[in-house]
Design a protein around this ligand. Sequence first.
Ligand SMILES: [Zn+2]
Length: 506
Amino acid sequence: MLKNNIKISYFALIISFFNLLLYHLPFFRFVTNNLDSSSLSGILLIGSLVLIALVLNTFLFYIGLYISPIVGKFLLVVFAIVNSIAVYFINTYSVIIDKTMIGNILNTNLEESSSFFSFGLVMYLVLLGIIPSILIIKTKVVRVKFKKFLIHIALTFIFILAFVYINSTNWLWIDKNSKSLGALAMPWSYVVNTSRYYIHKNQENKQQILLPNAKIKDTKKSISVLVIGESARSKNFSLYGYEKDTNPLLAKQNNVHTYKASSCATYTTAGVKCILEHKKSNELYEILPNYLYRNDVEVIWRTTNWGEPTVNIKNFFKRGDLEKDCEGDGCNYDEILLNGLKEQILASKKDKILLVLHTSTSHGPTYNKKYPEKFNKFTPVCESVELAKCTQQELLNAYDNTIVYTDYILSSLIDQLKQLETYNSAMFYISDHGESLGENNLYMHGIPASIAPEEQLEIPFIVWLSDNSKELKSNREASQHNVFHSVLDFLAIESPIYDESMSIFK
Ligand SMILES: [Zn+2]
């Protein structure tokens, strides 16, 4: 195959065959799990899927290779490499490659993606990516005559149409499972969904729609601190009834209240958007920090994370900015967000302050690297990035330690706020989404919200208030959209879009 010249028609067929063989194990695992594979109709359907995948891919590869053998081969090499990585993540983390997941991947920074690096990934890359690529590059292909090409394509096209028609009874099953099947068909899952992601982003990249002007009602000094959690799920907080003591410090603080809450999405960009916007919308309205900043409130944003809509304020501090005046071991972890905080607040000349801390503590898969050594309370912990290789207990221990560390950060923040005696202060802690830790063989997050398990949706919403600042309504359920209105209420901001029923305060 390597030395002899091979016609591109055969080459396309061979590539299509190996494409099916090497990268479609998850695809056919899904099919056999979701259909009675011992019945005749089940076997026929599987056979049909194999045949149509083989023919359709041959058809597409053939056209691509005919138009330009060099570009065609280059694309096949790219597909082989990306396929190998995609199959690794599907097998290891049960991810679903849809538009949202592509968005997550494209928005992930280098530091975060390097935490996925593992021996398993290298093996997949070499065996399923690099070796097939070398064979593709070394194979010499020869063109077929244009007339022959046209005949091949026409016949294949007619075959596909006839085949689809004959299999019309299977359409219902395929349609019902199209989302999962589409996400597992290589390389089209990421090719199609990357295009969909960019089309969507283009539409979304419009300016934030400005909200009507707001007015500050009084001159009482007050501060709202919004702490945005990362992948924190309420189930593992002892404040929410978890049997392990993950909130020893918050449990001792007065005026701490918990709300039962669900996230609107299972990934960061959408979860953070919901926390910052005044109502659920596909549009992008002016987000809370921008709105308050424009209306003369002091707004400070400190982050070790990413994924928020554009924040247009003066005081925006990333990890690198905060590192400059930070000393000690804690600077490598999320407590860097608290460094010099009180001084920064006291330096403000304004009566009303919104402070946002965007944390990253519970982000997987390297949970055990997200907290300083002394918070290694529950052991042994999972140390592999291939989460399925750890026991459930090791995984939970590592994750629970991130919650213990979060408990420390929140409690320290409260202690700092208590020292600001001239201010009324409130702290809102809410997570962007939850996290799966091996339940139903799912890990991390990102499953579409409509079918996501409760672990990825049930989030902590914890509120602390300084003495005599404000009273809470009696209900104990809330959503991410309560944040916007509650902050406005607490800071005494009058606005036409303020919705009294959405404030948690009386
Ligand atoms: Zn997140």
